[in-house]
Design a protein around this ligand. Structure first.
Ligand code: PXL
Length: 281
């Protein structure tokens, strides 16, 4: 009798048809780690919103409740629910209900509060929405904001530089939103090194890899997906997942440097998926 149980993840975010972000990176990355990945698309866009003109946007908010009703009839539960880009307050509310109903006992809620980068909110987001996202974070086990998202969720001005004491204080304030753990991405204390600072309510640990100049679209979604893949396959180990996701993201960016191409088309993460596979499982 087989007694191995494969982990099941549900990821809730948009599908941008072109540009390698959100669902088009989450599904392959989580799958490559040997995890069953179900999806709940919140919107379909012809491209993502970062660098393309004239993209289409079909809002799928109205499909979320009927999908959930069908899943209820099937008694589905997920070992982890991971949310990324969400497009409205109504979606935040619906996602909050999905957390309550579809998380398996002992399961994990991972929120990547995708809203902005480099001190600016993405097109269509407002400081009020960032506050709504901060409220949703109270239901999370782990949140993975970058510094821009951290600043907007905490209602703080974004700064160009942060030292270790600043980051420690921000992590404690994120933790106070009600999460079990928070990791801030895109942290830099010295030139040439970029990394992540993570706090589980007891210890703060940092991990740095090389800083690669330039802007690489979709790498936040790649980071969160690789984080979840490691977290789920290594017994919920926060710091190890934070570090291995950083290494995976850097490998994807290095592949972009070798292969080139428009920044808005994302990075060739496909070439690095082998790093996530564990043939022993
Ligand atoms: O990568 C984050 C992201 C996800 N989804 C959509 C986006 C972006 C960033 O621009 O536009 C639709």
């Amino acid at each position: 009798m087989p007694n191995l149980i494969q982990k099941r993840v549900l990821t809730i975010q948009d599908i941008s048809c072109v540009g390698r972000c959100s669902l088009t990176v989450a599904l392959p990355i989580i799958s490559a780690a040997g995890i069953e990945c179900s999806v709940l698309p919140t919107a379909v866009l012809s491209t993502h919103t970062g660098g393309f003109e004239g993209y289409t946007y079909r809002d799928l908010t109205g499909d979320i409740t009927p999908i959930a009703e069908h899943w209820r009839s099937l008694n589905l539960k997920f070992d982890a629910i991971y949310t990324g880009y969400l497009g409205s307050f109504e979606q935040i509310e619906l996602v909050s209900e999905i957390f309550d109903e579809f998380k398996a006992p002992g399961g994990t809620i991972l929120i990547d509060p995708v809203m902005g980068d480099n001190g600016k909110l993405y097109t269509g987001f407002t400081p009020e929405f960032a506050h709504g996202m901060a409220v949703l974070c109270a239901k999370a086990d782990v949140i993975l904001p970058n510094l821009t998202e951290t600043a907007f969720m905490l209602g703080e001005p974004y700064r160009d530089e942060y030292n270790a004491a600043d980051i420690d204080a921000l992590l404690r304030r994120l933790y106070a939103l009600g999460v079990k753990a928070a990791a801030i991405t895109g942290v830099a204390y010295e030139k040439g090194k970029l990394g992540v600072a993570a706090f589980d309510g007891k210890n703060i640990k940092t991990y740095f890899n090389k800083q690669i100049d330039g802007y690489y679209h979709g790498t936040g979604d790649i980071y969160a997906s690789a984080f979840l893949a490691s977290y789920m396959t290594n017994g919920g180990e926060l710091y190890g997942a934070a570090a291995s996701a950083a290494d995976f993201t850097v490998a994807c960016i290095e592949a972009k440097q070798r292969f080139g191409g428009e920044p808005r088309r994302g990075v060739p993460f496909e070439l690095c998926l082998g790093m996530l596979a564990d043939p022993s499982r």
